[in-house]
Design a protein around this ligand. Sequence first.
Ligand code: TEU
Length: 539
Amino acid sequence: MPTTAWWRSAVIYQVYVRSFADANGDGVGDLAGVRNRLPYLAELGVDALWFNPWYASPMADAGYDVADYRAIDPSFGTLADAEALIREAHDLGLRILVDIVPNHVSDRHAWFQEALSAGPGSAARELFWFRPGRGSNGQLPPNDWQSVFGGPAWTRVADGDWYLHLFAPEQPDLNWNNAKVREEHESVLRFWFDRGADGVRIDSATMPVKDPTLPDFDPAAPPVPHPYIDQDDVHAIYRAWRAVADSYPEPRALVGEVWLDDPVRLAAYLRSDEMHTAFNFDYLNCPWDAERLRAVIDSTLAAHAPVGAPATWVLSNHDVTRHVTRYGRADSGMGRNPGQDGAPWDLTLGTRRARAALLLNLALPGSCYLYQGEELGLWEVEDIPAALRQDPIHARSGGADQGRDGCRVPLPWSGTEPPFGFSPASATADPWLPQPTDWSTCTVQAEAADPGSMLSLYRTALRQRRAEPALRGEEFAWLSAPGDRLLAFTRGAGWTCMVNLSPAPVPLPDGSRVVLASGPLGEDERELPTDTAVWLRQA
Ligand code: TEU
C-alpha cells in the first residue's frame, strides 16, 4: 500500500443525516439537504464524509437498526438520491464512507421476520441467537448478559424462545458463524462499493463474534477473553471484507469503531489484510490535561507504528457529549458520563480549549475525524424535554441517563431563530429535536461572516493543513518534556505545534513565526496564553 493512500492523513467529516439539513421540510434531515450543502463541506476543506446509517430503518436506534441495506430510508430520500450524492461529492473532491452494522439488524429486517414466523429450531433462527430460556418454564434469559443500552440482552418471543440483542430489543444480534450472514454482508459491501462508496465505517466492530457457549459472566475471570468483545475470531470477518475492499481498482477503506481500552489490542485490527484505520477512543476519552494527553498520544503512536497504520484523532461523534461542553467542565473526562448530565460547565472555557484542541488534532500525524457542528463550536443541548428525547438509552434507563440526543440536535445554518435554516421556510414540522434559541450566534451564516469564529478557525486550519506536506507526513518528535504542562512537537521541516495547558503563559520560541493561533496571543504576540495552541514555523 503506498504511504500516500488518502485515508492515511484524511480529515473526515461525520454527517449525521437526520440533523444535517432538511430539504423537504418534514423536520428531519435528508439526502437532498446534504446535496444542497455539499459546497459548504467542500469549502470547509475536509477530504471525506462519513454518513451514519442512511438505510431503510424503523429508527429504533436512529438507523443503527437496519431493515434493508440496499434501500435508503424514505425519510432521507431514495437510492437515486444517494447515488447522486456520491457522484456530486466526488465531483467536489470529497470521498464517501458509508456505515455498516455487522453486529445486528432491525427486528423488521426480512430475516428476523422470517425467523419469528419459522419458529424454534428453524434454519431462519440460525441467523440469530435464539435459545430456550432457563428456569423451570424457560422463563429466565439464557444467560446474564446485559444490553449496552441497559436491561437484559435477551428478549422472549411468543413461542417461548429468547433472542440475543446486545443493544436494543429492536436490534437482534446476527450469528456470524452462519455462512449466509457472512455472504450477505460481503454482498452489501459490494453493493455500496459498486455505487462509488470509498470505504466503510464498521459499527461496533469488536462485538459480532460471541463465545458460542454463551457463558454467564464470571466475575472472577480476567477481562480477556470477554465472551463477546474482541473475540479472536472477529478478525476473520474483516480479513474477508478487506479482500472485498482490495478487489477494487481503487481499494476501498475500512474504518473500525473499535472501542477497546488496550491500544495494542486495537492495533491488532489494523493490518495490511484487515482494517486500514480505527477511531481512537482513548484520545476522545482523555481529559484536557497535558500529561494524560501526552500519554495517550504516545501510546497511540507506539501501538500504531509496528503495524504501519495511521493513528486517528477524534473528539466528538453522535454517541458522546460534545467536546465544547466536556472541556468546559472542571473534570473534562470521558466522552460519555451520564453522572455528569446537567453538571455545570463554562462555554468560554470549553470553546477556548476546543479551539486549541483543533490545532492539536490537525497537527498530529494520521487522520482526523470531525463531527458535524463542532466546526460551529456547538455544545451539548442538555435541556431537551424528556418527552422529545428519542435515544433508546434515555427510555431504557428510565430517564436516569439523558442519552445521546444532546449531541444530535439539528444544525443551525442561518437566521435568528429556530429552525435556523435547517428546514426551509415552507416547513410543515419543527426540527425533530428542538434547537436552543441562543444558537443564533453560531449559525453557519453568522460564523462565516466573523473571522474570529470557530468556523473561520476550522476553515483556515484545514486550508493550512492541506497546503502543508509536513502536516500530512509521518515525522513527529516531542520538544516539550513530560510534566511540562505544555505539548510541543515538531512535524519536520521546521514546523512546530505548541499547546499550553498550564495556568501561566509560555513564551514562544525565538526565531519562530506564528502561522496560526487558536486565540489571542499575549505580550507582543510572543506569549502563548493558557489553553491556547499555535502552529509555528522556524523563521
Ligand atoms: O455504538 C457502539 C457502542 O457501543 C457505543 O458507542 C454506545 O452507543 C455507547 O457506548 C452508549 O453509551 C455504535 C453506534 O455508534 C451507536 O450509535 C449505536 O447505537 C450502536 O453502535 C448500536 O448500533
